[in-house]
Ligand binder design. Sequence first.
Ligand SMILES: Cc1ncc(COP(=O)(O)O)c(C=O)c1O
Length: 390
Amino acid sequence: MLDLARAHGPLLDEFTESLVSVCRSGQFVLGPEVLKLEQSVAEYSQAKHAVGCASGSDALLLALMACGVGAADEVILPSFTFFATASAVTRLGATPVFADIEPATFNVCPASIESLINPATKAILPVHLFGQCADMDRIGEIAAESKLALIEDAAQAIGAEFAGRRAGSMGQIGCFSFYPTKNLGGAGDAGMLTTNDDELADKLQLLRGHGMRPRYYHKEIGVNSRLDSFQAAILNVKLPYLERWSQMRQTNAARYAELFKIAGLEDVVGLPETAPNCRHVWNQYVIRVRDGRRDALREHLTAAKIGSEIYYPLGLHQQECFSYLGNSYGELPQTEQAGGEVLALPIFPELTAVEQEIVVSRIAGLLKPSTDGHAIGKPKFLKYAEAAKS
Ligand SMILES: Cc1ncc(COP(=O)(O)O)c(C=O)c1O
């Protein structure tokens, strides 16, 4: 699914040099590497400020704290997302209110958000899922009309754009994760917040360090969520390559579309779509497998030693831990349908054309085994393999 060694192999000397330099400096928490990363990520994300923290989950928590979300508040977020988007809300005693998604992009549906706004709503928390921004024009308008805080969960979408604006620069605060599977991944957990607001930047810096300023004088009840220098050092080495890696992911996505077409599978599986004014950075390439065949296809790929993953089998409104909210099945039909159909295929930058061809030919082997001219091993289909041979 993801072979990090391919990206990291050529960078090992750079990693060693910068990790040794952190050891020599003795500054293991925050310090110059973190400052450098904060400046670079702010610039890369078209934001005025960036504040490092310990993980994407903490970034969400800190963002909600900085916007004053508390026990009486509701926060609207998509049901179809990773758990951390909602748990940040419940950690503050607030209530997550789940919106449905747009079937074409898997991103939160603005009309669904609108229908859920009520006097208790404090914030909207759209997720830029799989590397593509949610409809930030419409969601921004909705937030402004109802005077709600707008926080972007950009954990999967560093470098993605909506109408020329970068993920993390469109809401009051953007939240990033540098978990190793992300497009910019560290060697462990790390996260970052972006904002264009000077006061919020200051508050986020305060909150991530126990609300302490000056030392041992606590202005607010914050948390310990500092970014460590080792992670920042690794990320500083990797960031200059991010743009190229995103382009390689885009090339791979386009090649999948071509290969699915050649295999005659275009109408058999649902291919992921890029919305018209979006720059998709393809953290995940997620197809839809209809007619209840998704799990069989996943087993078939696993047997062929091809990695795949189900992001996400259930909407958050269907999760046991949120049953106390009283959500019921059938409430968010697009989320529920997606949960039964989605399958993520390998899309990492260094994935080869031949490997992609093998993935698609294996899928064809199960879903379209008898199609003339497209069956596994037919030279017409395996054009990259043939080219590699010759
Ligand atoms: C959409 C989304 N939000 C939040 C997170 C949480 O990030 P982290 O794993 O760094 O805590 C993740 C990553 O796993 C994610 O995919």
